[in-house]
Write a protein that binds this ligand. Structure first.
Ligand code: GLP
Length: 245
């Protein structure tokens, strides 16, 4: 894992946008697996500005949705699909038919997850996973415990994740208890992973991710085994961890 520490959130976001843009410029048909959550939002806004300025053409990019709450329609404003569309897909002008969802309202969610994994394989795999870090080490919604070979699947959210997502829902009692997630195996097989981490509240989980024992009980520690992971963190999250650049 390569840890690059930036002075603050805005600098981290600019650097992340530049990294993502350079991957797309190198491979215009890149397949990406982008997180929602608050952390990548400024990077996505920066990418959108590059696109508006004619510095980036993302129209051939393919997107696989990272995670979704079970039971939510993709048209629901609170769905992670809708969030992905309005924060990244629409601003970058990526055609809707190049976006593969994780259907929260599938009649058979397990079968839908199997189809999703097959679609990733048929697309030739993920070029770039853009991930945030859950306070319990979850990636997407791969909650602890998650094995490295876990496929995309339906998961029960942990109390910790329900608490951390409560603010997006106006209270923890409103957060759906289950979700669909791209599996750890999808992240494992991604050709590159960019993990974005910001804020003092992520400091201990970031340290554990980078230096802790590799264990299903903290799924982000599996990234230590991945050959191409770059972590962009701001100083508040990195604390005294040394930057590799
Ligand atoms: C959420 C999502 C993840 C996200 C993570 C961090 O629960 N399932 O995809 O990356 O937690 O979110 P944030 O960036 O808001 O801290």
């Amino acid at each position: 894992m390569n840890l690059i520490v930036h002075e603050n959130y805005d600098e981290m976001s600019v650097a992340a946008a530049e990294r993502i843009a350079s991957i797309i410029q190198e491979r215009p048909t890149a397949t990406i697996l982008p997180a929602t959550g608050s952390t990548p939002m400024t990077a996505y806004a920066d990418l959108s500005r590059m696109s508006d300025a004619g510095l980036l053409d993302a129209s051939q990019v393919r997107v696989f949705q990272l995670d979704e709450y079970l039971g939510l329609a993709e048209t629901d404003f609170r769905s992670l699909f809708a969030w992905t569309l309005r924060s990244l897909v629409a601003p970058l002008g990526i055609p809707r038919d190049r976006v593969r969802n994780l259907p929260g309202q599938a009649s058979d969610p397990d079968a839908a997850c199997r189809d999703y994994d097959a679609a990733i394989e048929a697309a030739g795999g993920i070029d770039l996973a853009i991930l945030g870090l859950g306070p319990n080490g979850h990636l997407g919604f791969n909650e602890p415990p998650s094995n490295l070979d876990a496929p995309s699947r339906v998961v029960e959210l942990t109390p910790e994740s329900i608490t951390s997502n409560g603010p997006y829902w106006g209270g923890t009692d409103r957060v759906p208890p289950q979700a669909l997630t791209a599996g750890m195996s999808v992240i494992r097989d991604a050709r590159a992973v960019l993990l974005l981490v910001s804020g003092e509240h992520k400091r201990s989980i970031l340290e554990r991710t980078i230096r802790g024992e590799v264990t299903p009980d903290c799924p982000s520690t599996w990234l230590q085994r991945h050959p191409n992971v770059t972590v962009f963190a701001d100083r508040a999250a990195a604390g005294y961890l040394p930057s590799d650049n």
